[in-house]
Write a protein that binds this ligand. Structure first.
Ligand code: ADP
Ligand code: GLC
Length: 496
């Protein structure tokens, strides 16, 4: 058997410690799955103000106190603390960077929860965090064989490891995963570059369209780049608008670029074992799903009718998620016999529109604004259908959770949704959802209507539901693919 590897997985959010979206779920499920494969995996993230030390059993580490870190002319101090992430099978060590001005005093991950405005010092926060990652490895004397960084917030780790700390990390290989290229960490060039302390030789690699670009540094300095679905991988190489021009760099690096579809952690997202839902069920006891539907509808103050299909959405309320289409289609949609339940937070205008529309259609639509992990499980378990009309979607996790919970996705054909959601065919009885191609409200409505029609035919519907439930979206396959990437890039390290 091949020797286990030392892997450090770095992310700006990790479930259940800190989460705004799917990156947190991946940064939980994948390291635990790699641990299952016997690797020494550790994870690292910032400790934001909202993270409770007690709830997350966070402890001090003697060696990692008051570490001086320069952010340009400012000297700040990091104290790195210890926690862990666990599932029913296994446990992974977590390191968390604390610092008062950058993290502890700020409740939000990237923006002020009150105003929704991004923190003005986000460049400094993630420069500081990246440097704290380096210092943690050095002070622990633990130089990982693989450092796996994710999205712009952690991309700078790659640049530091290949420049200022090149000597120390010469045997370390770096993997950079693109979860979402629509956020690249773009800042005024001169000011931010000075704050990084990177050598002048890095200036061109850090610059994109005259601005400082965190993501570009990850793309330039990683040994291997991955992304979270095959189709998004193709989009990343071909779509200048989606990538704001970084596609040319990704294309240049295509020999070291591997798409790997996300998995889901089946100890958390399985209706058979889910403690967060009123009634557990399996593919063979689907009748029990209805109790969850009833609880969901009640929770959202709608009237329960078993025959009325319930459509759910759980979402960051941003343009990416296709809420513009919902806005255009809402009046027509509510002419149908449906109920729509939405859980989300984000853009204040979208929040307002959702609340107003729900008020206008009190029997048809109900909205809860906020982030509520527990409630998200009830939505997945209780709904009949799940709407994902994304403008773009690197992978998407809720369609995968929906399959597991026998909730049928209605999705736009983009990115990871293309790779996972297949139109149901009543003749062949194959397929697991409903798909529309163009980003058009009329096309979305058509797809919803196709779903409503099949819903009327109980035999067909059960068949469709079971098709999704029978699929395996666990990390079992994808974690092996990551392992393969790690081993491949390590081949060039002498003695490995
Ligand atoms: P993205 O990462 O682009 O937001 P994904 O589909 O990959 O999209 O993952 C979203 C994750 O965040 C899912 O676990 C989803 O259930 C969760 N989520 C999003 N919004 C909320 C919310 N308001 N409350 C609870 N969970 C949410
Ligand atoms: C990003 C993407 C989403 C993906 C998630 C995890 O937030 O928007 O599609 O599932 O990352 O990779």
């Amino acid at each position: 058997m091949a020797k286990p590897l030392n892997i450090l997985f770095v992310a700006s959010e990790i479930y259940p410690i800190a989460k705004t979206g799917g990156v947190a779920d991946v940064a939980y499920g994948l390291p635990l799955a790699l641990r299952d494969l016997d690797h020494d995996v550790r994870v690292m993230l910032p400790k934001y103000g909202a993270i409770s030390e007690r709830k997350n059993r966070i402890h001090e580490i003697n060696r990692l106190k008051d570490i001086p870190i320069d952010v340009g002319p400012v000297r700040e101090f990091a104290t790195v603390k210890s926690s862990s992430i666990v599932n029913t099978r296994t446990k992974v060590q977590a390191y968390m960077t604390t610092n008062r001005p950058y993290f502890d005093s700020k409740w939000g991950l990237y923006s002020d929860p009150e105003t929704g405005v991004e923190y003005a010092d986000n460049d400094e926060r993630f420069i500081f965090f990246a440097r704290s990652v380096i210092q943690t490895c050095l002070l622990l004397g633990w130089i990982p064989q693989v450092v796996h960084v994710n999205d712009w917030h952690t991309a700078l780790v790659a640049a530091y490891m290949r420049t200022i700390y090149a000597d120390k990390f010469k045997n370390t290989k770096i993997v950079f995963t693109i979860h979402n290229i629509s956020n690249q960490g773009v800042f005024p060039f001169k000011e931010t570059f000075i704050k990084t302390g990177l050598p002048e030789s890095c200036a061109e690699d850090a610059k994109h369209k005259t601005k400082f670009n965190f993501m570009k540094l990850g793309l330039m300095y990683a040994d291997h780049i991955t992304t979270v679905s095959k189709t998004y991988g193709e989009e990343l190489m071909s779509d200048a608008k989606l990538t704001d021009g970084l596609n040319t760099i990704i294309k240049k690096r295509k020999d070291v670029f591997t798409p790997i579809i996300n998995g889901i952690d089946t100890t958390i997202w399985t209706p058979e074992k889910d403690k967060l839902i009123p009634k557990r069920y399996t593919l063979d006891s689907l009748d029990k799903k209805e109790a969850n539907k009833e609880a969901l509808v009640e929770k959202f103050d709608l009237k329960f009718n078993a025959e009325t299909p319930v459509i759910a959405m759980i979402s960051r309320l941003v343009e990416q998620k296709g809420l513009g289409l919902l806005k255009q289609a809402a009046e027509k949609l509510f002419k149908e016999d449906v109920q729509l339940v939405v859980l989300g937070e984000g853009d204040k205008d979208i929040e307002e529109w959702l609340k107003e529309t729900a008020k206008k259609h009190p029997n048809k639509m109900s909205v809860k604004i906020g982030f509520d992990e527990n409630l998200s499980h009830l939505l997945e378990a209780g709904a009949d259908m799940y709407l994902m009309p994304s403008l773009f979607e690197p992978c998407g996790l809720n369609q995968l959770y929906s399959f597991a919970y026998g909730t049928v996705p209605i999705a736009r054909a983009t990115g990871g949704l293309i790779d996972t959601v297949k139109e149901y065919d009543t003749k062949t009885k194959r397929g697991n959802g409903f798909v529309f191609e163009e980003y058009k409200a009329a096309d979305m409505l058509e797809a919803i209507k196709r779903a409503l029609t099949v819903f009327q035919d109980k035999e067909q519907w059960t068949n469709l539901v079971k098709n999704g439930m029978a699929e395996d979206h666990s990390w079992n396959n994808s974690s092996l693919k990551y392992e393969e990437v790690y081993r491949k890039i390590l081949q060039s390290v002498t003695g490995k």
